[in-house]
Design a protein around this ligand. Sequence first.
Ligand code: ADP
Length: 553
Amino acid sequence: MDILSGLEQVILYGVLVLNAMLAVFVYRHNHKSATNIIFVFLSLTISLWLAMIRESGIPRTPDLVLNYTRLTVFLAVPQSVLFFLLAHTLPSEVILLRKKTRVLLLIATVLMMGFTLTPYVFKEVQIIGEHVKSVPGAGIPLFALFTCSFSIAAIYVLIKKIKRSKGNAKQQLSYMMRGIISMLGLIITTIMLPIILFQNQSFLPLSPLYALVFLGMTAYAIVKFQLFDLKTIATEVFTSALWIVLLAKAIVNESRVGTVIDLLAFLVAVGVGIFLIRSVRQEVRQREQLQKLTIELARANEQLKALDKARVEFISIASHQLRTPPSTIKWYTASLLGGDFGPISTKVRAALKRMQGTNNSMIALIDDLLNASRIERGKMEFLFESVNLLGLVRSTIDDLVPQAEDKNLSLVFIEPKTKIPNITADKQKIRQVVNNFIDNAIKYTKQGKITVELYTNKEEMIFKVTDAGKGIDLLQLHAIFDKYNRGRDSVTHATGLGLGLYVAKVIVEQHKGKIWAESTGLDKGSTFYFSLPLKSDLKSSGFWDLTEKKIKV
Ligand code: ADP
């Protein structure tokens, strides 16, 4: 055996072993995935094919050589089909061809494989000295057409998929493509060109290595993106290497005591190794599960966000529609009470007043909904102007007196002792807050007095409403301004959505003011406050958008 043929043998066997290892590695990685299974078959077919190529080049009896030559073409058929299948499937876990197509493909492959074994593809083999010459038959173009079509189709499919895919899938496909390009590049530059230009065949023995380049890159593409498992494999390789070394040491040890000690060491290593592999596998599984959960959580979060958006939009649309009828009722009631439709009896007036009160509550409720949805969408706008808070408070009290009288409550306004200056505020919005405080005091008080105060200190103007009502549980006090927060027994006291104070808080804070509540406990009454700065830099004609926090003039 000359050096060259020795080298050829070493390369071939080395590649066969490495191919087998790659196949096992990829299979163990995910034996349920179609991509991995096709890879395993392709790798085995390539290995057998390489071995057959070598065997067919060795001069032996013509019959034997003919058989090896036929086996080479026989294996080239499934090889090209598997190559196409891999390109078509990667990175999917299932074959993406229809059942009918799969059956047709199988039949065509089997028929073509059978055909390669007939004299139509290779007629005979002539052995001239050291050289083996195979004589092709008339059917060889059909074989060439079959294998070339599948190889070209594979590359075509791959290019098309790379263009269409994104993210990890794109990278995986690109790795496989790079594997093919590297293999073809090496074949063309080191084998085909030297043969064509210089009749030099010295690189021919390297060809198995080129197949390994392709298989290696494709295996990497498959495995790398199936995550984490590399850690398990590294642990397994390391542990088995250790076992082999220890066992070999035990076998070659010449002293009996030495062998026993080595065997014991080997057994300990096996035990520890198994434990190690198991714990690494478990860790990997947990990480995979965690990753899966994270992805699911992110997806659920997205869905929740979409649902929340739909909810906010629905509330906004619905409340807009709901607001029109009570507004019309409000307008007509005011006209009736004002005598626009002629004189009315005391009885009718009383009924109309009641109607007005209930209708106002309904309007306030819808406004709360509208405002809350505006806040959620970041669309609440503020129109700041110079406002006389005293006038505003007086007129709101006037509106609410009938409601208080209805419940036999006395609603008292303690007039300020000092002059109340104008401040910069959004008049409508502050009216809502004032209305909400007094309205709540009436709602949550069964009997007694409600006192309303307005006063200033050096820097702020303070509005205060004190009632003798149901009071606030001390544990609830901190959450009273939260969205949809209603006291546990609020349902029995009055209708509401738990939005009024939440909206009030946002409004006051957008005015750079403060809002808070005090109560000594349940049934001990409560006091609600808000304060606004006497001097503020709020632009007097700016619209504030809560999302952008900037002025739209
Ligand atoms: P709603 O009145 O529609 O429930 P609010 O946001 O105005 O919504 O009030 C939230 C909760 O705060 C009420 O459900 C109630 O439990 C409590 N609350 C508000 N004002 C008073 C008050 N004056 N006295 C006692 N509890 C109150």
